[in-house]
Write a protein that binds this ligand. Structure first.
Ligand code: 26V
Length: 796
């Protein structure tokens, strides 16, 4: 479409006038963004069609990645880079007086996810397309993504988010591929041709309309699809109250994860899950039928991957389609289903494992419930044969028990592959959380350590570091990120290390500017940037980090000459709107920040920043500027973590527990290039006789800090932090914050000392970057493709 900047400029100006009905001089930044966005989408259309034609003609096995979340972030620069036209466009725009960086800021993040699970799905789509693999995403087109966070007087305030203001440029509505999704009603059995058939009667249907977003591969002409389903009223509602029906319908794709603490919210959540699954499976089968007649071969041509248990109804839904629509018998349908579906588990925290009360499930999804009941009965029968008389075990393992449907059990029984997301996590699944199932289905379990796309998290977010790397080892690492190891050659190269330091310093200056713009605060870019950014959760232990800051504050107040290398502690975190404790931690961080930042005795050494509205686009500015990556979850609780990998790739050093993928980072860089502290997973899981109160009594530092939570140390907040105090002393500190405190403080002292030996620090940083190629999601996706999905891509 355009091969040089002159052509680009010509097209851009023409397109702008046509689209906006304005001259260039009259156009706004938004007009210019929309124009460029549409140009890109048109530009990728040819390859989008070609890719689909290629997949069809080669009859390749297709993977569909079903996920309730896709946390894409911004797409403009990402697409330009993957298409290889970023430079032409940047120069062309520059000649028109437009700064590409400014233009990218116009785009609102597509924030259709909460955190790690959703971002992983987005990284995977980038790797699938960039490796030329036939893999597509299926999700929900939430009108409002994750809320926008404001901090008002230290408290989190949630505002609705409206990404579609600018997100629309990437999507294509495909009304002709709409699917009807049935809810409520009842099932009628009929016997025709000596075969029992089931009919879903009096159902209320919702129309699922797909909006397709092109997923552009890196420099390889592949364009895959992310299909996002929008909920709309059906065309022929026989309803008296049409407005009510419209409202009830559209709300299904209105919000990401609505509050599910009440039944009403729960129904909506389950509706979303079935909506996603029913629409996706039906469109997958429709596409299959374009080339194939016999559903008995479905598993040879299709693999359906479920990202956690949210889309697990894919199992009974596929059974329904195969039996009720395809006319297959139970055994045949079960065989095909269990060879088509694969499942990833993302957490072992029991409160996060989904269970649905039958009283909600059965009336909403009557046919699906029947099928789940049958799956359960057959599974319990199998268990009875294997463990005759072992009622306890059967009760533990049943899919339906105690009036609840256990979604993880359904996933374990109905899929051919079950994977954890880091080595330790998979071991914990096999030998603890899912031990019973591992005994019955050992062949299903496997590990796939998470990864991140280096194209977004290095090429796009840290262009200076990218250029430096390419300057010294050439650019082949971009397609083979393992080659970053070649950087180890520069371990003793003073000139290289100086460059590395310069780049980090510049990135820190950028972040300091963002902090100033957001909060008016001035931070010193030559201080250590010590960063913890992730969702707020008790197990991630932002509290431990805060306690360390309070400890340093107390020390500095006691002894103004205490030698402490100046540090800026940076936090970013959203708390779930209904998560009381997490919100208190946000308030605590901000209270500590007020106390510390205002105090002339310490403010040259200590600063605390809470960055509002942590999201993908902000993350892209933070990782390149970090010196320290805080990965301090209670060992055994963080399934993998992926932020840890993004920091490492950008040269930050990890302070972490032996949890999730931290262990694999340690294995790669060695103990000398990471700061490990605290209990390990075995110690946590087998801890006998922990009494947090003893740590309170015997460690003066701890007692002082814990007392400061409630003794008026923070002015004007009275009993604000009682819940935190109680969690530590009354509820016996279930995440071992007090137990790990001393170890953490000692390790942080070592961190400070190491930083003062700048040469050593830079070498450690280099070692981390050099080993980070392993954590490219290209490696992860290649493993999924080889071991689970059995698909092949076009070679680079
Ligand atoms: C969800 C909930 C919801 C209810 C309250 C407690 C709770 C705790 C955790 C979760 C997380 C659900 C799944 C999830 O997002 N897991 C994350 O997946 C990432 C990608 O695999 C992984 O890196 C993170 O370690 C893991 O927490």
């Amino acid at each position: 479409m355009f091969s040089n900047k002159e052509e680009f400029k010509k097209h851009f100006l023409q397109k702008l006038e046509m689209m906006c009905g304005k001259s260039f001089a009259e156009s706004t930044k938004e007009d210019q963004f929309d124009t460029l966005g549409h140009m890109i989408r048109e530009y990728v259309s040819t390859n989008w069609i070609k890719t689909n034609e290629r997949y069809r003609s080669e009859d390749q096995r297709q993977v569909y990645y079903l996920s309730i979340e896709f946390l894409l972030g911004r797409l403009l620069l990402h697409n330009l880079i993957n298409l290889g036209i970023d430079q032409v466009v940047e120069e062309g725009l520059c000649e028109l007086g437009i700064d590409l960086d400014c233009m990218t800021e116009v785009e609102t993040d597509a924030g259709l996810g909460n955190g790690g699970l959703g971002r992983l799905a987005a990284c995977f789509l980038d790797s699938l397309a960039s490796l030329g693999l036939p893999g597509h995403g299926c999700g929900i087109r939430y009108k409002h993504g994750l809320f926008e966070q404001k901090i008002v007087e230290g408290y989190q305030v949630e505002l609705p988010e409206l990404w579609l203001r600018h997100g629309q440029v990437w999507e294509v509505r495909k009304a002709d591929f709409a699917v009807e999704v049935p809810f409520w009603g009842h099932v009628q059995a009929a016997s025709d041709h000596e075969r029992l058939s089931f009919h879903h009667m009096d159902a209320e249907t919702i129309t699922a309309v797909p909006y397709d977003v092109p997923m552009v591969g890196y420099h390889n002409d592949t364009v895959n699809t992310l299909r996002l389903w929008n909920a709309e009223p059906s065309l022929f509602p026989i309803h008296k109250d049409i407005l009510k029906y419209k409202r009830e319908t559209e709300i299904v794709s209105e919000f990401l994860y609505p509050d599910d603490t009440h039944d009403e919210g729960k129904i909506l959540r389950l509706k979303q899950q079935y909506f996603l699954v029913c629409a996706s499976i039906n469109s997958i089968v429709k596409r299959y039928h374009v080339k194939h007649k016999d559903l008995r071969n479905l598993h040879r041509h299709v693999c359906i991957h479920i990202n956690d248990t949210h889309p697990v109804l894919a199992i009974p839904e596929l059974m329904r389609v195969l039996m009720d629509l395809g006319g297959l018998g139970w055994d045949e349908a079960w065989e095909i289903t269990t060879q088509t579906i694969s499942y990833t588990n993302h957490t072992t925290l029991s409160e996060a494992l989904e269970k649905w009360p039958i009283r909600i499930f059965q009336p909403l999804l009557p046919r699906i419930y029947m099928i789940v009941t049958e799956i359960n009965e057959r599974f319990c029968h199998l268990l009875w044969e294997r463990y005759p008389g072992d009622w306890n075990r059967i009760e533990r393992m049943a899919i339906i028990a105690h009036d609840q449907v256990k979604m993880a059990h359904l996933a374990l029984v109905g899929s051919f592959s079950v994977n954890g997301v880091a080595a330790l996590h998979t071991e914990i699944l096999k030998h603890r959380e899912m031990k019973d199932f591992y005994e019955v289905f050992p062949q299903k379990f496997n590990n796939k350590t998470n990864g991140i796309t280096h194209r977004r998290w290095l090429l796009k977010s840290n262009p200076e570091l990218t250029s430096l790397i390419t300057e010294v080892i050439g650019d082949s690492w971009v397609n083979k990120p393992e080659k970053l190891k070649e950087l180890l050659k520069f371990h003793n190269d003073a000139a290289f290390l100086t460059q590395l330091q310069r780049i980090k310093q510049e990135n820190k200056q950028h972040l300091a500017q963002i902090i100033k713009d957001q909060s008016g605060m001035i931070v010193d870019p030559s201080s250590i940037f010590d960063v913890q950014v992730k969702r707020l959760h008790a197990y991630k232990r932002q509290l431990l980090n805060v306690f360390h800051i309070m400890h340093i504050y107390n020390r500095l107040k006691e002894d103004p000459h205490y030698l402490f290398y100046p540090r800026t502690f940076i936090f970013g975190a959203k708390a779930s709107p209904g998560y009381y404790y997490a919100k208190k931690i946000i308030k605590l961080i901000n209270s500590v920040a007020d106390k510390v930042n205002d105090d002339p005795d310490v403010r040259d050494k200590l600063k605390v920043v809470f960055l509002e509205n942590y999201r993908v686009s902000l993350a892209e500015r933070i990782f390149p500027a970090a010196d320290i990556s805080e990965q301090i979850s209670t060992a055994s609780k963080e399934a993998s973590g992926t932020g840890n990998m993004k920091f490492m790739m950008n040269g930050a050093l990890t302070v972490g527990t032996l949890d999730g993928a931290n262990i694999e980072i340690r294995d790669l860089v060695g103990d000398d290039n990471i700061f490990i502290f605290g209990l390990n997973a075995d110690e946590v899981l087998n801890y006998k006789g922990y009494h947090s109160i003893e740590y309170f009594h015997y460690d003066k530092r701890i007692r002082r800090i814990v007392e400061q939570l409630t003794n008026g140390f923070f002015s004007g907040v009275d009993d604000e932090f009682e819940a935190i105090y109680d969690s530590l002393l009354i509820e016996n500190d279930q995440y071992f914050v007090l137990r790990d405190f001393d170890s953490y403080v000692q390790t942080q002292i070592a961190v400070g000392q190491t930083y003062e030996d700048r040469n050593k620090w830079l070498k450690m940083s280099l070692t981390n970057i050099a080993h980070s190629g392993y954590f490219s999601s290209d490696r992860t996706i290649n493993e999924y493709a080889r071991d689970i999905w059995k698909i092949k891509g076009a070679a680079h």
